[in-house]
Design a protein around this ligand. Structure first.
Ligand SMILES: *Cc1c(COP(=O)(O)O)cnc(C)c1O
Length: 366
């Protein structure tokens, strides 16, 4: 048996340690996880009710076309139903895009420090990845444009960028798209769009209507608090959506996910409340980080990337010992950075208290 050549080098995804294991290993009773950009307030109570109401339907296959949810999303964004596609998380849409568009030897462009699934799925399909270093924590859009060639199939823009949290405004993205040739698709991954309070966030649906080669990815895993149900969606030109549908598994999203997502979409108050609490959390955290004299990138999602001026790996370990799980990844190529998810006020205060101690314990430098 021999797997295909281009997957042999790929690492198997390492999930974060489960909280129960961290508690047991370190003898802690109280552990908080600010590592995966999950919603600290859970999901809308209406989504929970929808899940419970569906519990007698477990033996029935889900609606493979997600008809009701498609109609709701189309109405929400004022697009046609044939412009919408669902995936088992937007992760699956990234996979389906790669599967539908890449042939071995095609080229694709992404930031050097961004969501890892673009590169991962491109490599599975044998595409050649050009990773463009960030500039001040944000995509270097001119350098990404300059990397486009005749074999470029997809450019990935993560906005806000995970892990740095930086955002490109409507004008920046529009100016970028104006210069992208029509044979190149631009994926706007907007997993954190609903958190944005800047007033300058792209009108990406407007951009989809203007440019056939643009697709937006959104998810119910972040502000909607449905990460365990695995559901996300894409909005694009009907031809692009059709291509993705051609490689989609027939029942890729569950009935529970569809019902919960529909209810969650309708509970606008819950989303407004979460957005406001998150903005307040960012104000609190950045104020405290200023007091501790550490810098951070402008945060436009529900997480902050902090330059601890020390080994990010060492700070991660020290925080873990105090029962706080954050994130550091050597793959970021930013050795002094940690990423912390904005939690509840109580969690944020615990994080700051622990970080203050850790900055005393861990020596400056890497
Ligand atoms: C969390 C995240 C996703 C996908 O999440 P799903 O749970 O698969 O919907 C996609 N892109 C970015 C940038 C993310 O942070």
């Amino acid at each position: 048996m021999r797997p295909k050549k281009n997957i042999v080098h790929l690492p198997v995804y390492k999930p974060g340690k489960p909280m129960e294991e961290v508690k047991r290993e370190l003898g802690l009773t109280d552990v908080i996880k600010l590592a995966s950009n999950e919603n600290p307030f859970g999901c809308s109570p209406k989504a929970k009710e929808a899940i419970i109401a569906h519990v007698d339907q477990t033996s029935i296959y889900p609606d493979g076309g997600a008809v009701e949810l498609t109609a709701a999303i189309a109405e929400h964004f004022n697009v046609e139903t044939n412009q919408v596609i669902f995936g088992a998380g937007s992760d699956e849409i990234i996979m389906m895009l790669a599967r539908a568009f890449f042939e071995p030897g095609d080229q694709t462009i992404m930031a050097e420090t961004t969501f890892p699934q673009y590169k991962h799925n491109a490599e599975v399909e044998g595409a050649v990845c050009v990773e463009v270093p960030l500039k001040d924590g944000a995509h270097d859009l001119p350098a990404m444009l300059a990397a486009i060639n005749g074999r470029t199939k997809i450019v990935w823009l993560c906005n806000p960028n995970n892990p740095t949290g930086t955002m490109h405004s409507h004008n920046e993205v529009a100016e970028f798209l104006q210069q992208v040739p029509p044979h190149v698709m631009v994926v706007l991954d907007e997993a954190y769009a609903e958190y944005n309070v800047s007033g300058e966030y792209p009108d990406s649906v407007g951009l989809v209507n203007q440019y056939k080669n643009v697709i937006i990815l959104r998810t119910f895993s972040k502000i909607y608090g449905l990460a365990t149900l695995r559901i996300g969606y894409g909005i694009g030109h009907p031809d692009v959506i059709r291509s993705i549908n051609q490689v989609r598994e027939p029942f890729n999203t569950t009935g529970f996910a569809q019902k919960a997502a529909l209810a969650a979409l309708q509970d606008k108050q819950f989303i407004t409340d979460c957005r406001e609490a998150n903005a307040e959390g960012i104000r609190y955290l950045t104020g405290e980080l200023d007091r501790l004299n550490v810098s951070y990138y402008p945060a436009h999602g529900n997480f902050i990337m902090v330059d601890v001026q020390r080994s990010g790996a060492a700070v991660f370990e020290s925080l873990l010992r105090k029962g706080i799980i954050i994130r550091h990844d050597s793959g970021w190529k930013l050795p002094t950075m940690i990423r912390v998810t904005v939690g509840s006020q109580e969690q944020n205060e615990k994080f700051i208290g622990a970080l203050e101690q850790v900055l005393d314990e861990v020596a400056v430098g890497v």
